[in-house]
Design a protein around this ligand. Structure first.
Ligand code: ADP
Ligand code: MG
Ligand code: MG
Length: 252
């Protein structure tokens, strides 16, 4: 059964149809790649799923519950986590502090930096575990703003682990990541998916999408063209012409 279900999702802003009739069901443990040219509506879809925007039409269901009218925070508590195209870490806090803050938020504690738990307490041990899972333990005491793009993305995933997100939306996780760091980040994404999390990932690197995705959703002009296995999607003529129709926005 679907952990995430969007039905007839549409968004119109100032008369412009940004998204139209998008329906998609994602099963528990699936990894769905979301591809499409720039401006296709991929980030908008994530914004509607996570509650940044309310849709003009359609519904979003999370674990069977209609969350269409709920806040971003309520969806986060219900297990929906996301990363953004730009980093959402607090740049002047350390890596460990960023992850501990997420743990505290989940536990309902104070968000004050002044009330940070001390090293060695439960929240800190948990943060250390998450940093180990994503392979950045050696950067725990570095200011998050000083990390490489690849390490930032790993810490953002550690934050989602700390929030106990069961459905994770990753918006272009490989953007800006050095070539040599791509494989490590792919492994982290594969591992959080293998350990039971459902993942939706917008990504332009097709080798990454094809290497990770159970299914690939193709967006174009605010519509979902298809969502199918990578093999079928790559062989789909409508998909191919949609890409070839956009000079410079093709599969890269
Ligand atoms: P993608 O992530 O696929 O590149 P987006 O979802 O960011 O595309 O944007 C889809 C289209 O919607 C673009 O043409 C963008 O300019 C427009 N758009 C997105 N958000 C807004 C907004 N809040 N107001 C007006 N237009 C928007
Ligand atoms: Mg999987
Ligand atoms: Mg985008």
């Amino acid at each position: 059964d679907a952990v995430l279900e969007v039905a007839g999702l549409g968004l119109t802003i100032g008369g412009a149809k940004i998204l139209q009739g998008v329906s998609l069901q994602v099963a528990r443990g699936e990894l769905v790649g979301v591809i499409g040219p720039n401006g296709a509506g991929k980030t908008t879809l994530f914004n509607l799923i996570s509650g940044v925007h309310r849709p003009t039409s359609g519904t979003v269901r999370l674990n069977g519950r209609d969350v269409t009218a709920t806040s971003i925070a309520a969806r986060a508590r219900a297990g929906l986590g996301r990363t953004f195209q730009t980093s959402s870490l607090f740049p002047r806090l350390t890596v460990a502090e960023n992850v501990r803050l997420a743990t505290q938020r989940r536990l309902g504690g104070s968000l004050s930096v002044l009330s940070f738990p001390r090293r060695g307490d439960a929240a800190s041990r948990e943060a250390a575990e998450h940093l180990a899972t994503v392979g950045v333990s050696h950067r725990a005491d570095v200011a998050a703003g000083d990390l490489s793009h690849g390490d930032k993305r790993k810490v953002e995933i550690a934050v989602l682990l700390a929030m106990e997100s069961s459905v994770v939306l990753l918006d272009e996780p490989m953007a800006g990541v050095a070539t040599g760091d791509v494989a490590g980040l792919v492994e982290v994404i594969r591992s959080i998916n293998r350990t039971g999390r459902t993942v939706l990932m917008v990504e332009h690197h097709m080798d990454v999408v094809l290497g990770l995705a159970d299914r690939v959703a193709v967006m174009h002009h605010g519509e979902l063209l298809t969502c199918d296995t990578p093999e079928k999607v790559m062989a789909d003529e409508t998909v191919q012409s949609a890409y070839l129709g956009e000079a410079g926005a093709g599969v890269s």
